[in-house]
Design a protein around this ligand. Structure first.
Ligand code: FES
Length: 107
Protein backbone atom coordinates (compact mmCIF):
# COMPACT_ATOMS: atom_id res chain seq x y z
CA UNK A 1 0.00 0.00 0.00
CA UNK A 2 1.31 3.45 -0.94
CA UNK A 3 2.42 5.66 1.88
CA UNK A 4 4.22 8.98 2.13
CA UNK A 5 7.99 8.55 1.97
CA UNK A 6 10.68 11.18 2.13
CA UNK A 7 11.97 12.52 -1.18
CA UNK A 8 15.75 12.05 -1.37
CA UNK A 9 18.23 13.88 -3.59
CA UNK A 10 20.65 12.17 -5.96
CA UNK A 11 23.07 12.24 -3.01
CA UNK A 12 20.42 10.34 -1.00
CA UNK A 13 19.82 13.24 1.36
CA UNK A 14 16.36 14.51 2.37
CA UNK A 15 15.31 17.46 0.23
CA UNK A 16 13.97 20.51 2.03
CA UNK A 17 10.93 22.11 0.41
CA UNK A 18 12.69 25.49 0.01
CA UNK A 19 15.29 23.85 -2.25
CA UNK A 20 12.64 23.42 -4.92
CA UNK A 21 11.93 27.00 -5.90
CA UNK A 22 9.09 28.03 -8.17
CA UNK A 23 9.82 27.04 -11.77
CA UNK A 24 12.42 24.45 -10.80
CA UNK A 25 12.42 20.69 -10.42
CA UNK A 26 14.68 17.96 -9.15
CA UNK A 27 15.06 14.26 -9.93
CA UNK A 28 15.65 12.10 -6.89
CA UNK A 29 14.26 8.97 -5.35
CA UNK A 30 11.33 7.92 -3.22
CA UNK A 31 11.89 4.49 -1.75
CA UNK A 32 14.59 3.82 -4.39
CA UNK A 33 12.24 4.73 -7.26
CA UNK A 34 13.26 7.58 -9.56
CA UNK A 35 10.88 10.47 -8.96
CA UNK A 36 10.81 14.10 -10.05
CA UNK A 37 9.46 16.83 -7.78
CA UNK A 38 8.86 20.29 -9.21
CA UNK A 39 7.14 23.50 -8.22
CA UNK A 40 4.92 25.64 -10.42
CA UNK A 41 2.63 28.44 -9.28
CA UNK A 42 3.88 27.83 -5.75
CA UNK A 43 2.57 24.25 -5.66
CA UNK A 44 4.67 21.09 -5.54
CA UNK A 45 4.05 18.27 -8.01
CA UNK A 46 5.56 14.77 -8.01
CA UNK A 47 5.74 12.41 -10.97
CA UNK A 48 7.59 9.30 -11.96
CA UNK A 49 10.92 10.20 -13.54
CA UNK A 50 10.84 7.11 -15.75
CA UNK A 51 9.93 7.84 -19.38
CA UNK A 52 6.99 5.79 -20.59
CA UNK A 53 8.68 5.09 -23.93
CA UNK A 54 11.66 2.92 -23.00
CA UNK A 55 12.27 3.81 -19.35
CA UNK A 56 15.07 6.39 -19.48
CA UNK A 57 15.16 8.95 -16.66
CA UNK A 58 13.68 12.31 -17.65
CA UNK A 59 15.13 15.68 -16.66
CA UNK A 60 13.27 18.85 -15.69
CA UNK A 61 13.93 21.84 -17.96
CA UNK A 62 13.29 25.18 -16.29
CA UNK A 63 13.57 27.06 -19.61
CA UNK A 64 10.61 25.22 -21.13
CA UNK A 65 8.95 24.08 -17.88
CA UNK A 66 8.86 20.55 -19.23
CA UNK A 67 10.17 17.10 -18.46
CA UNK A 68 12.44 16.00 -21.28
CA UNK A 69 13.76 12.53 -22.03
CA UNK A 70 17.38 12.50 -23.25
CA UNK A 71 17.06 9.12 -24.99
CA UNK A 72 14.65 9.66 -27.89
CA UNK A 73 13.36 13.18 -27.32
CA UNK A 74 9.99 12.70 -25.67
CA UNK A 75 8.73 15.71 -23.72
CA UNK A 76 6.08 15.90 -21.03
CA UNK A 77 4.14 18.75 -19.43
CA UNK A 78 4.42 19.24 -15.68
CA UNK A 79 1.09 17.44 -15.24
CA UNK A 80 2.69 14.39 -16.89
CA UNK A 81 0.81 14.58 -20.19
CA UNK A 82 2.75 13.95 -23.40
CA UNK A 83 3.96 17.09 -25.19
CA UNK A 84 5.95 15.25 -27.84
CA UNK A 85 6.54 11.56 -28.66
CA UNK A 86 7.66 8.93 -29.25
CA UNK A 87 6.21 8.31 -25.75
CA UNK A 88 2.45 7.82 -25.97
CA UNK A 89 1.53 7.46 -22.30
CA UNK A 90 1.70 10.17 -19.64
CA UNK A 91 4.01 10.15 -16.64
CA UNK A 92 2.16 9.03 -13.50
CA UNK A 93 1.77 11.67 -10.83
CA UNK A 94 1.69 11.18 -7.07
CA UNK A 95 0.45 13.11 -4.04
CA UNK A 96 3.18 15.29 -2.55
CA UNK A 97 3.30 17.39 0.61
CA UNK A 98 5.63 19.46 2.73
CA UNK A 99 6.09 18.14 6.24
CA UNK A 100 8.44 19.71 8.79
CA UNK A 101 10.13 21.58 5.95
CA UNK A 102 10.87 18.47 3.90
CA UNK A 103 9.26 16.94 0.82
CA UNK A 104 7.21 13.74 1.14
CA UNK A 105 5.70 11.78 -1.74
CA UNK A 106 3.05 9.08 -1.62
CA UNK A 107 3.97 6.20 -3.89
S1 FES B 1 13.01 6.36 -23.50
FE1 FES B 1 12.22 8.36 -23.39
S2 FES B 1 11.90 8.91 -25.43
FE2 FES B 1 12.60 6.88 -25.55
Amino acid sequence: MAEFKQFLSALREPVSAVEIKDGTGMVGTVGDVHTVVLRTGGALHALTAICTHQRCVVVFKSETTSLDCPCHGSRFKVDGSVLRGPAESPLASYPVEERDGFVWVKR
